[in-house]
Design a protein around this ligand. Structure first.
Ligand code: M6R
Length: 577
């Protein structure tokens, strides 16, 4: 979380830094700030709220600077907790992404030495330590500082009279962009892609120094490292709204293309393992749960489903015969990354299903399978989810040694998307309810989880998801006319069972919106509203059901006046624990 940008070159830094931040707002939007060097002084603009507030302030002049958009961890969203922070002399400034876990101890130590803090953040200790450690060489001061820091970080430091920026990485992403007579730092390529396609992804325990002419990378012992320059192969256009009101809506409608592209991804995985463990967070974890159902059903291989944030704190009994499959859109999620590292430590083979090329998880796993969703900007994951599902189908068929006949998927998905107006009308009918239940069975149960998550995160309506058969073990007590249920009930092998569960809800005056298969007239008798999806081979229903769930959540959020691209308290890339 948090996004950082650094620029050094011959152009005015202010606009470059702010436009970079705008691309990184998906990482947090509690406050924004810019620091620019001018005449050997550091000038700062920073404010609580979105980047546009800093953008509308008077421009800072100068050709070297750093900037930050914040997702709050330590200290409330406020002007005083906005980055960049300076030391007491105003000579040094820092922007930081991550958490300095031992900041209290460091703060106490610095306070005892007379340092006065201007914020409640953990990050501010970095700049005071750099100032304290400075003896004529900024890079040396940062290296010394790093030795005192515990936790995860990517940060950039500038000094008022030095034509250089120092960046360091341990646990949070940081990329260097290479230009002509200019160089950049950023949390993510999207912030700098309009200026350069040549990048170096810093690894953990690396520090880099950039000037307008040169880039050098060292490890935390100060030893110079070879420069691993890579070319970015996507365009900025893909990361723009292209006429849609929100990125989320655009990304929902991009799904037929995403499916087509992701279906082309080759899978070459050896079948040399005894069990599969799927690990991920949030939406990606629901894709992995669908994967569990599919792999067990199609390939008859047992799959253990794990939530990444729990994974490393429990006894996992992993060994070298295990295959650990992690899924991550960003490839930077701290919990998922930690799961990869743990699995590797225990000798298991790791495979990453990742969207962002060359992201940390993609680089650290033994084998990577890239989804081809393109840049996903909306905080609520949509097209990445469908691409993850496609890979799970491909993987299940590959492991089963069977052919994956996927021809009907893309046209049927388009058909479901064409029902958007109908789904919008349903949203109009239901958007004022404060609680929802989502139910599904078998491979559609994870879809209930995903539908409920979408609704929660962007519309702030409480939604709970249950396997339909679990209702009678407790949640049925919640059902009343005040709490509608969204039931996923296509014509599949558990149709009759889910149908009975819907009847149980109706018998208790619960309102039911059902996602059902076209032609199913019986379902109308027990549902208040029905969203029909086309008939497909039953294993493909999770793909089709995804679309109405996403659209329903989107339109409800819109009707409630929320910005679905920037849900409160969330960030797209969760790089802290
Ligand atoms: O980048 P990742 O796929 O690893 O992210 C995992 C979750 O943080 C993410 O899916 C989150 O749940 C989304 N906001 C859901 O829409």
């Amino acid at each position: 979380m948090c996004g950082i940008v650094g620029y050094i070159g011959e152009k005015e830094a202010n606009d470059i830094l702010i436009s970079g931040l705008e691309k990184l707002e998906y990482r947090g939007y509690d406050s924004a700030g810019v620091a620019v060097i001018s005449n050997s002084a550091i000038n700062i603009n920073k404010k609580k709220g979105r980047v546009e507030i800093v953008k509308s302030a008077a421009k800072l002049s100068g050709t070297i600077g750093i900037s930050h958009t914040r997702w709050s961890t330590h200290g409330a969203p406020s002007d005083r907790n906005a980055h960049p922070f300076t030391d007491q002399s105003g000579q040094f400034a820092v922007v930081h992404n991550g958490i300095i876990e031992n900041y209290l101890e460091l703060k106490e130590e610095l306070r005892n030495e007379g340092v006065q803090f201007s914020s409640d953040t953990d990050s501010e200790v970095i700049v005071h330590l750099v100032a304290k450690n400075y003896q004529g060489n900024l890079q040396e001061a940062v290296l010394k500082t790093i030795k005192r820091l515990q936790g995860a970080y990517a940060f950039c430091v500038i000094k008022a009279d030095s034509p250089e920026i120092i960046g360091a990485r341990n646990g949070s992403p940081l990329v260097i962009g290479l230009g002509k007579k200019e160089n950049f730092f950023a949390s993510d390529v999207s912030a700098i892609i309009e200026h350069t396609r040549e990048v170096i992804y810093l690894n953990d325990f690396q520090i880099a120094r950039i000037t307008k002419e040169l880039v050098e990378v060292r490890n935390f012992h100060g030893e110079e490292q070879p420069l691993d320059v890579r070319e970015v192969n996507w365009t900025l256009e893909k990361a723009q709204k292209q006429g849609y009101k929100h990125f989320m809506l655009k990304e929902i409608f991009e799904q037929p293309d995403v499916i087509r592209e992701t279906l082309k991804v080759p899978i070459h995985l050896s079948k040399n393992f005894s069990r599969i463990i799927v690990v991920a967070c949030g939406t990606a974890s629901y894709a992995s749960l669908v994967g569990k159902y599919l792999i067990e059903e199609i390939a008859k291989i047992p799959v253990i489903y794990e939530i990444a944030s729990e994974f490393r704190y429990k006894e996992n009994l992993l060994n070298q015969h295990d295959l650990v499959v992690v899924i991550s859109q960003s490839g930077e999620t701290a919990d998922t990354l930690a799961a990869v590292r743990l699995a590797k430590e225990k000798g298991a083979k790791t495979v990453g299903i990742v969207n962002v090329v060359d992201s940390t998880i993609a680089r650290e796993v033994d084998e990577r399978i890239y989804t081809r969703a393109g840049p996903e900007i909306g905080v609520a994951s949509t097209k990445a989810f469908i691409s993850q599902l496609i890979i799970m189908y491909k993987l299940a068929f590959h492991l089963a040694g069977k052919e994956f006949n996927s021809g009907e998927i893309e046209p049927k998905i388009k058909e479901v998307l064409s029902k958007h107006e109908e789904i919008k009308r349903l949203a109009q009918k239901y958007y004022l309810y404060q609680n929802f239940l989502y139910i599904g069975r078998n491979r559609n149960f994870p879809l209930a989880l995903e539908g409920a998550l979408k609704l929660k995160e962007i519309s702030y309506i409480h939604a709970e998801a249950y396997p339909a058969g679990e209702l009678k073990h407790g949640p049925l007590a919640l059902v009343s006319e005040e709490m509608p249920t969204l039931a996923i009930c296509p014509k599949d092998s558990v149709y009759a069972k889910t149908f009975s569960n819907i009847e149980e809800i109706k018998a208790r005056e619960g309102k039911v919106i059902t996602i059902a298969t076209e032609g199913d007239q019986d379902i109308r008798k027990v549902s208040n509203d029905v969203i029909y999806i086309p008939k497909v081979e039953e294993i493909f229903y999770p793909l089709l059901c995804t679309i109405p769930l996403q659209l329903f959540a989107y339109y409800i959020a819109e009707l409630k006046g929320h910005d679905p691209d920037h849900p409160r308290s969330l960030a797209k890339s969760v790089t802290v624990e």
